[in-house]
Design a protein around this ligand. Structure first.
Ligand SMILES: NC(=O)c1ccc[n+]([C@@H]2O[C@H](COP(=O)([O-])OP(=O)(O)OC[C@H]3O[C@@H](n4cnc5c(N)ncnc54)[C@H](OP(=O)(O)O)[C@@H]3O)[C@@H](O)[C@H]2O)c1
Length: 269
């Protein structure tokens, strides 16, 4: 698995990570056991970057349980999603308990109360409870504000959506991230699954085989990572076989401009 510096955040990340929205919001022993099987495959394949949030129901707690006994093998990215300081402090206390007292990348989810949330994250960093600070948003209408946060000098990474059907970040966000040396975590790499499910025929995928692409999900992930301004894509999955499929996209050769344009055309059909 290729690794990249997550901008100037100080973290070195595998190019394929994993999200937990919906897929890790599971309950009971059977639910946790299923999530653990996905994490087993992820870690074996070198996919050691896991993203979560208090917004994702049980996902943070479940991720913590799947990492019991092997927390040091993983990089954990989670978020504060709180409208008051009290709630934010409670979220951080819970997350630190679930993740062995340490979060690798702590992000402000959807920029909610970002000035105050960054105050808390900076104080946690001073105490050594986290390594890098980030901010996330999924909506192009919030990107102007995200640019203000990026220029504040207070964060080391951003998390934004990017796939062949959602390219708004190409206008301002990716160029600014590159200029400022910020890490870029890519959410929704498979279009919340909708893009992944519309796989072209094997014949249409065949020209991508020389780039190491065997499946449509791999084509979509390589499309993202071939843009060197993106450092880690975090597809979510509930299935070990999909995790294996996704992790296999984390190696060169990367797509050239023609191959990238071809994937974008396939995604638009
Ligand atoms: N969506 C948002 O607005 C948002 C916002 C902030 C952060 N994030 C973060 O970004 C992460 C990723 O985004 P996302 O979960 O919205 O969507 P995504 O990763 O683009 O898509 C996830 C969907 O793709 C399917 N899938 C995964 N691998 C596949 C494969 N190899 N072949 C076919 N289908 C596959 C999964 O189904 P199976 O379970 O069947 O594999 C799942 O339904 C989130 O989990 C979260 O951590 C998302």
């Amino acid at each position: 698995m290729e690794t990249r510096a997550l901008g100037s955040s100080g973290l070195e990340v595998p190019v394929i990570g994993m999200g937990t929205w919906q897929t890790f919001d599971v309950h009971g022993d059977a639910g946790v056991a299923g999530a653990r099987r996905v994490v087993d495959v992820a870690l074996a394949a070198g996919t050691r970057f896991f993203d979560s949030s208090p917004m994702y129901g049980a996902a943070e707690r479940v991720l913590g349980r799947t990492l019991e006994g092997r927390r040091g093998d993983a990089l954990v990215a989670t978020k504060l999603w709180a409208s008051t300081d009290v709630e934010a402090r409670q979220q951080a206390a819970r997350a630190l308990q679930w993740f062995g007292g340490h979060v690798d990348l702590y992000q402000v989810h959807n920029l909610v109360g970002w000035t105050e949330r960054l105050d808390l994250l900076e104080s946690l960093r001073e105490r050594g409870a986290l390594r890098a600070i980030g901010a996330t948003h999924y909506k192009p209408s919030a990107f102007a504000e995200l640019c203000r946060v990026m220029r504040s000098g207070r964060i080391g990474a951003i998390q934004v959506p990017y796939n062949p059907r959602e390219r708004s970040v190409e206008r301002e966000i990716l160029p600014l991230a590159e200029e400022l040396g910020l890490g870029v975590v890519v959410m929704r790499p498979l279009g919340e699954g909708a893009l992944a499910r519309r796989a072209p025929s094997a014949a249409r995928l065949a020209p991508l085989r020389e780039y190491g692409v065997e499946t449509w999900a791999q084509a979509l992930l390589k499309w993202i990572l071939s843009d060197r301004r993106c450092h880690v894509a975090i597809p979510a999955t509930s299935r070990p076989e999909h995790m294996r499929d996704n992790a296999a996209a984390g190696e060169p050769p990367w797509l050239d401009e023609d191959a990238r344009a071809y994937v974008a055309r396939l995604a638009g059909e």
